[in-house]
Design a protein around this ligand. Structure first.
Ligand SMILES: [Fe+2]
Ligand SMILES: [Fe+2]
Length: 188
């Protein structure tokens, strides 16, 4: 059974990102305070790398099954796919929670402190919407994988896409708002 064809995963144009240079001269102490956000992102980076490793390993196993789908192998794949799916689901929920906190607390605090950050914060908001759409899609795939474990190969592609997207978002966010967070004394 081959994986279902699906519409392309959403993404964005990095070149269209607005940028501010207003905080380029912020002192090292303020910059260090704002870098707490980077430490939080590093936690998600590590988690995503681990999820990708597990999902990739199961996907390779699924492909190795080839045409000879013996019952025992299928049971093994089903159990492995379920475990990988649950690990993946947990991390996706954590990433979603991180973005909801930024939307509800961090971005409004920065907007209040410096309205000049508006275009950057609007863009970060838009990127959260795109990431959320990918997370919803991943959630649907996890449901499918529970029914058809061989679709773990689709899950692996979607996790890789999520990782690329989040790395791009984390870097942009760190580059643009770590210094303002520190400069305005906004706790992360
Ligand atoms: Fe964000
Ligand atoms: Fe973030």
């Amino acid at each position: 059974m081959s994986p279902d064809p699906r519409p392309p995963l959403p993404g964005w144009d990095e070149d269209a990102r607005p940028r501010t240079t207003a905080y380029d001269e912020v002192d090292a102490a303020a910059r260090a305070r704002g870098d707490h956000l980077r430490a939080i992102h590093d936690m998600y980076r590590d988690g995503l790398a681990q999820v990708a490793d597990v999902v990739d390993a199961v996907a390779v196993g699924a492909q190795d099954l080839g045409a000879a789908r013996e019952a025992v192998q299928r049971l093994g794949l089903r159990a492995a796919a379920e475990q990988a799916g649950s690990f993946c689901g947990q991390l996706c929920r954590a990433v979603d929670a991180h973005h909801r906190i930024e939307d509800a607390v961090l971005y409004p605090a920065l907007r209040g402190a410096d309205p000049g950050l508006g275009p950057v914060l609007d863009r970060l908001d838009e990127e959260h919407v795109v990431v959320h759409a990918v997370l919803v899609r991943l959630d649907e795939t996890l449901v499918e994988v529970a029914r058809r474990p061989e679709l773990v190969t689709v899950l692996a592609e979607e996790v890789a896409h999520l990782r690329r997207l989040l790395e791009s978002h984390f870097r942009y966010e760190e580059e643009q708002i770590c210094a303002p967070l520190g400069a305005h004394g906004i706790a992360v």
